[in-house]
Design a protein around this ligand. Sequence first.
Ligand SMILES: C[S@@+](CC[C@H](N)C(=O)[O-])C[C@H]1O[C@@H](n2cnc3c(N)ncnc32)[C@H](O)[C@@H]1O
Length: 227
Amino acid sequence: MSEKTIPHVWDEEDFEAIREAHCVHRKGITISQAVEQYSTWSRKYEKDLCPGRYKGPMIAGKVVADYFEDDREKKKIIDIAAGTGFVAEHLKTHGFVHIDALEPSSKMLLRAKEKGLYEDYYTEYLCEVQLPIPNDTYDCAVSSGGMGEGHIPCSGIPEMIRIVKPGGIICIIMREVFLRDVDEYKDRLEPLMDSLEKEGKWRQVSRVIIPNYFIVMSGIVFLYRVI
Ligand SMILES: C[S@@+](CC[C@H](N)C(=O)[O-])C[C@H]1O[C@@H](n2cnc3c(N)ncnc32)[C@H](O)[C@@H]1O
């Protein structure tokens, strides 16, 4: 029986994970409130968002690995909104070695540091402010779960492009419903992505809907190649 046909049987821990996720994405939450909330959640985050409930990091690892079939050990990757390091864990299983983390919550990042997953750690927000990273540094920027109410704003997208080399890729994975429910993104995020494509900054490689990305909620995976 395929995964799609198995009805999800909800348990109390699913509801607890949804309550926590709702808290960090509640309507009107500011960027600093969301990050503070993640710091509070950091002790329990990995238990609540375990692989059976949240597939973003696994998908991120696979999408990046499928794109880079060769020389994975030479690619330089930045994991944006790295949290406790789930995405890096998956990237490493695919043979990637050089991975940096960008994450504004020092408590989430502390967990990633304890696991020794990254080379450089940037305790920073991705937004319209220029990061302390030179142009064209990375072969890949990947972000899973970094988009949402009070999370990465649209203005962070050009900054992502700036730090990726021409020919490099950007992979953004998020809950699909946020494209409609988050005012920052509704009628703004995809039009911005399209206009950056028309300006010749990047080109869309794929746009894929993923069922059951977070428990029963769908995700969307954007993959772009920087020009
Ligand atoms: C759902 S967690 C995802 C963590 C990790 N990528 C994963 O898949 O487990 C979202 C993360 O986004 C971070 N975040 C929120 N706003 C951000 C911003 N403007 N720039 C970068 N990271 C941000 C939060 O601190 C949090 O750790």
